[in-house]
Ligand binder design. Structure first.
Ligand code: GDD
Ligand code: MN
Length: 375
């Protein structure tokens, strides 16, 4: 780093052997590794940089491909995570492993144009900003390579996010940015490892973060395929909700709510079938339906909502019993509140909705605390 340029700045950074760590989360990106490194090498000539690949034990051997190159090139590192998955978490761990002055995060599939890295770095070096976000949605940037459907989702999500969080980022969903490491280290404990939206989380994690933007053209994926799916979309909604509620509900609440809604569908479907089998006893049919719904709710929550804390073996059995007890108390709460409200004002759906909401919040809070113990 040219020392003179730094010395002039008010909050100059101490000297670092590596000035820039480029953190690259990977899952099944074997075919992109060598090309990305070659491009970084070209575009970052003259900068003391390193690349930290954070690979979630990809079955295609991405980590091996990185380590083969790392064996010859000391600028390349590979952090292989086992038994864990998740883009945001991978980025956070890669960033935590750095001792450079600046951190960049970018995708491995070459959709993020590495040629803007030097400009982003120049902005940080002035000492006037803490974070530079690469954006597709201002003059000079674009995302033509998104399919029409995905493009719509992306734009709606962007609008929603800007409204909900009052962020001025023009592309809050972007996973391409560069920032000061000291700023990141200060906020690391407040970040969520869930989901895809690492930049959004970082930009809203600390007040007074000075943010600049850098337009770029979002390119075509080089090799392999996208890992974006419904689950990741839900995770994003969960993150929004968590931010909106000021951390009162965790990002995973959205999964609990969706599983609960599915449970109602299971309950009704099984009731329908059970009525055909035992046409005489509604109570018996309804009991079977409720049992089915409880079981499917428990299993879905165990493998989706709380997948990072999944119960196994005996723990599953005791967990299930506890889940049913909580559910029973939740049902009593639900009916109790709804009846009381209905007695005050006879609007059935308001009373019913309030009761159900109360029930789901109770179930969620208690399950989180006593069954999967996330708090
Ligand atoms: N370690 C790790 N673990 N890496 C992951 C995981 C994971 O579970 N899931 C995805 N990645 C890596 C991919 O290997 C890739 O390098 C990068 O994260 C982005 O994943 P893609 O699957 O290519 O995402 P995308 O192109 O559909 O989504 C893009 O647009 C989003 C905004 O709409 C990305 O740029 C996202 O970062 C961005 O948020
Ligand atoms: Mn991609």
């Amino acid at each position: 780093m040219p020392l003179s340029a730094v010395e002039k700045q008010p909050d100059a950074l101490p000297e670092h052997r590596v000035e820039l760590s480029v953190v690259i989360p990977t899952f099944k990106e074997r075919g992109n590794v060598a090309e990305l490194i070659a491009r970084l090498d070209r575009t970052l000539a003259g900068v003391d940089w390193e690349a930290v690949f954070v690979d979630d034990n990809s079955p295609d051997g991405t980590a091996d491909a990185v380590k083969a190159i790392a064996g010859r090139d000391p600028r390349i590192r590979c952090l292989r995570r086992v038994g864990r998955r998740g883009l945001a978490g991978a980025c956070i761990e890669g960033m935590l492993s750095s001792s450079a002055a600046y951190l960049a995060v970018m995708d491995a599939d070459l959709q993020h144009d590495e040629r803007i890295l030097p400009e982003m770095l120049a902005k940080l070096r002035t000492g006037e900003v803490d974070l530079v976000a690469a954006t597709r949605y201002v003059e000079g940037g674009s995302a033509k390579s998104f399919s029409e459907g995905r493009s719509k989702i992306s734009r709606v999500a962007t609008k929603l996010t800007q409204r909900a969080l009052g962020t001025s980022l023009s592309d809050p969903m972007s996973g391409f940015f560069m920032m000061r490491r000291d700023a990141f280290d200060a906020m690391a404990g407040r970040l969520s490892p869930v989901g895809f939206k690492i930049l959004l989380d970082i930009a809203t994690a600390s007040e007074g973060l000075r943010i600049a933007e850098q337009p770029y053209v979002f390119g075509e994926r080089h090799e392999g395929e996208s890992k974006f799916n419904v689950q990741i979309g839900l995770e994003f909604l969960g993150l929004l909700l968590a931010k909106l509620s000021n951390g009162l509900v965790e990002p995973r609440f959205i999964f609990f709510a969706v599983v609960g809604a599915l449970g109602i569908a299971v309950n009704l479907a099984v009731l329908n079938v059970a009525m055909l089998v035992w046409p005489v006893s509604f109570t018996l049919a309804k009991s079977v339906a409720t049992f089915f719904a409880m079981t499917s709710n428990f299993l879905l929550n165990n493998s989706l909502t709380y997948r990072d804390r999944r119960l196994r073996g005996w723990g599953m059995l005791t967990g299930f019993v506890g889940f049913c007890v909580i559910g029973a108390i939740g049902a009593v709460t639900d009916v109790g509140l709804a009846s009381q409200l209905y007695a005050e004002r006879e609007v059935w759906w308001v009373a019913g909705f309030a009761g159900a909401l109360m029930g789901v919040l109770w179930n969620y809070a208690m399950s989180s605390m006593f069954i999967w113990r996330t708090r």
